[in-house]
Design a protein around this ligand. Structure first.
Ligand code: PMP
Length: 422
């Protein structure tokens, strides 16, 4: 079955698609924190379809909301009224701090960031954007410029986008010194741009970049600089949102800032194609003079599903759970780090963790080959994790939030066993 799927995929789907594992995994079913392959083998999913399945695969309450709405009305667009989109917008706005109360629905993270960039440019009247090296903000023609990871191998001219030094406490040139990194932003504004910028965008824990948490205090300094240069500050919460970081509902709260625009996708829909942009009435009023239209954005089925996700995360107290389980996982991985020199760094928050492998702790030489071997071994043991980072040597641990303590222990024990066999 898997071979047939692979053959069809090669024949009919674009060659730029990539897959994990030497022999790709053919998944046929998902149940909460588990995935099942064509032979019925069960895998513990510690990557959640790239940090997307927030409540759990086919979570009954989310599934029920999707099914019931699908029976009633699947599509109408926003040229008519329907309650699902309005109710969902109200629920989402209630989760936002400050004056962030106006919601736009789209279908993906890239679309959300495209719209955020458009808003920043229209509101400020400026063009130039600033993003961090090692960031991922999307794969569309506009957001590819914000995505500053060379692994994506595009060279589309993006003259109006500037990439600043990444405030990475582990590999960054200034360690955890937020003000030195922030100075690089000011230097870019002063010497690299016209002096007026449209906006600045960042994740607070870089996802694809390998669970890199920005140096503490960085965003506060940079938001001030960007505002002074006439720009808006955008928080990309596509991976960090909805309580995954444990300590806070939104990643930006861990840096003590309130952005002008927040973008979200992935976990908001538990797997449905859904994204959102939330901003203030003042910024939204600039958009009111234009037409902003999205055929599928906030369609009844995705709205009902997304609304159910918010309810489930609250009801099941997932934010608190992410905090507790994240501490447990971090402590257990730190124990492993003491026993295996190859573990250079254990980082992240809540259920958004990164384990970086190096062959030399001082030089931080990426252990690429060892990462690849371990990755295959974990799969054999029935554990699925993500890979990332600029050098591809970071394991990304970002399971569905229904992951429990036994799952966490099984995951770390699998790492321990695989490491002992290296
Ligand atoms: N922002 C971040 C932080 C992401 O991780 C991603 C996807 N990996 C995106 C934006 C783009 O989302 P999408 O793939 O839904 O367009």
């Amino acid at each position: 079955l898997g071979d047939e799927v692979l053959e069809k995929r090669r024949k009919f789907l674009g060659p730029s698609l990539f897959y994990y594992y030497q022999k790709p995994l053919n998944i046929v079913e998902g149940k909460m924190q588990y995935l099942f392959d064509e032979n019925g083998k069960r895998y513990l999913d510690a990557f959640a379809g790239i940090v997307t399945v927030s409540c759990g695969h086919c979570h009954p309450e989310v599934l029920n909301a999707i099914v019931e709405q699908s029976k009633l009305l699947q599509h109408a667009t926003t040229i008519y009224l329907h309650h699902a989109i309005a109710d969902f917008a109200e629920a989402l706005a209630s989760k936002m701090p400050g004056n962030l109360k106006v919601v736009y629905f789209v279908n993906s993270g890239s679309e959300a960031n495209e719209l955020a960039m458009l808003m920043a440019r229209l509101y400020s009247g400026n063009l130039e954007m600033i993003s961090l090296r090692n960031a991922y903000h999307g794969g569309s023609s506009g957001t590819i410029g914000l995505t500053a990871l060379n692994t994506w191998k595009y060279s589309i001219p993006q003259g109006e986008i500037h990439h600043v030094v990444n405030p990475d406490p582990y590999r960054g040139i200034f360690g955890s010194n937020a003000s030195m990194y922030a100075k690089d932003v000011q230097d870019h504004i002063d010497y690299g741009t016209s002096g007026k910028v449209a906006g600045f965008i960042a994740e607070t824990i870089q996802g694809v970049g390998g669970a890199v948490e920005l140096a503490p205090g960085y965003l506060k300094l940079v938001y001030d600089m960007v505002h002074k240069a006439g720009g808006l500050c955008i928080a990309d919460e596509v991976q960090t949102g909805f309580g995954r970081t444990g300590s806070q509902y939104w990643g930006f709260e861990t840096q003590g800032v309130i952005p002008d625009i927040v973008t979200m996708a992935k976990g908001i829909g538990n797997g449905l194609p859904l994204g959102a942009v939330v901003t203030t009435p003042e910024i939204a009023s600039v958009m009111a003079q234009k037409i902003q239209f999205n055929t599928f954005g906030g369609n009844p089925v995705c709205s009902a599903g997304g609304h159910a996700v918010l309810r489930v995360l609250d009801k099941e107290k997932r934010q608190e759970h992410c905090a507790d389980l994240g501490s447990h996982l971090t402590a257990r991985f730190r124990d492993l780090q003491e026993r295996y020199d190859i573990i250079g760094d254990v980082r992240g928050r809540g259920l958004m963790l990164g384990i970086e492998l190096v062959t030399d702790r001082k030089e931080k030489t990426p252990a690429k080959a060892e990462t690849a071997i371990l990755f295959e071994k974990l799969r054999e043991l029935g554990v699925l994790v993500g890979k990332g980072g600029l050098h591809g040597n970071v394991f990304r641990i970002k399971p569905p939030m229904c992951f429990n303590k036994d799952d966490a222990d099984f995951l770390v024990d699998a790492f321990d066993y695989a490491l002992s066999k290296l």
